[in-house]
Design a protein around this ligand. Structure first.
Ligand SMILES: [Zn+2]
Length: 271
């Protein structure tokens, strides 16, 4: 389930593996519907011969800026990953200069590679990335106060703040001691300030630990080296239903909020 820390980890590893600055010699699309909005033939032609100048991230999107001026935007959704080795579920392969191959794999068959002239077509719809300076406490408090929605779905809304998914939303709310069903405009300045800091904190720790992996199934997060993240033992709420809260010892509870499985401590996070 790649969220901001997982996508950031993969982007850093691709840079560390020297993918930036390499020319795309050929493109093989194993599952045609991986790419959009172009046909596979046009997509491959557009990429062939260009160089991947820069790999960057915004929210949960990864971007390859090409020497042609165009940008490949990749969304890993639930289970997308990259590897330098071939494997099952490879959907797209880039042969790069210097003998390097980059495999994109996904256990599900989504359209997830978009070639665009201007990344703003997609990025303009996103709120500020949670780990950038553009995401300020003032902006966050205003955005919460001027709405009348449950707090958890609101912080998952990528048009308000980009990067949080289900895991880190639960972790941030636990950290700030806020019940996931609290209404956004019922939260006081101190609570919003704590939640703002908690969002930055859990994402920063997540990046430091190279992301989270939960469960052992095929759909779980793997980084470029095929490793699951180191953050799994460090989660405080997500996936810990029935286990004692690290703060108060009472059991963590699982409920459904806006159709998402949600973990919280009923003692520390009261409504
Ligand atoms: Zn507790």
């Amino acid at each position: 389930m790649p969220e901001l820390p997982e996508v950031e980890t993969i982007a850093r590893q691709l840079r560390a593996r020297g993918v930036e600055g390499r020319q795309i010699l050929s493109v093989r699309v194993e599952w045609p519907r991986t790419v959009e909005p172009l046909s596979v033939a046009v997509f491959c032609k557009e990429l062939r011969g260009t160089t991947i100048d820069r790999i960057s991230r915004e929210g949960k999107w990864m971007m390859f800026s090409l020497s042609s001026g165009k940008t490949v935007m990749i969304h890993l959704r639930m289970a997308g990953s990259f590897s330098m080795e071939s494997g099952p579920h490879d959907r797209l392969v880039l042969q790069l200069s210097g003998g390097l191959s980059l495999y994109y794999r996904h256990t599900r068959k989504f359209r997830r590679w978009k070639l665009v002239d201007d990344p703003q077509v997609i990025l303009a719809k996103l709120g500020p990335d949670a780990l950038t300076r553009r995401f300020t406490q003032n902006y966050f408090c205003e955005a919460m106060r001027e709405r009348h929605r449950m707090i958890k779905p609101l912080i998952l809304d990528q048009s308000i703040v980009a990067g949080l998914g289900n895991i880190y939303a639960d972790e941030a709310l636990w950290e700030a001691k806020i019940h996931p069903e609290r209404l956004s405009d019922s939260l006081g300045d101190a609570e919003l300030g704590n939640l703002f800091k908690a969002i930055k904190h859990v994402l920063t720790i997540g990046v430091r630990n190279r992301g989270t992996s939960l469960g052992d199934g095929k759909t779980n997060y793997r980084d470029v080296e095929g490793e699951s993240g180191g953050h799994r033992e460090k989660v405080k709420a997500y996936g810990r239903g029935g286990k004692p809260c690290e703060r108060c010892g009472n059991p963590i509870k699982k409920i459904v909020v806006a159709q998402r499985g949600t973990h919280f401590c009923p003692s520390c996070q009261t409504i």
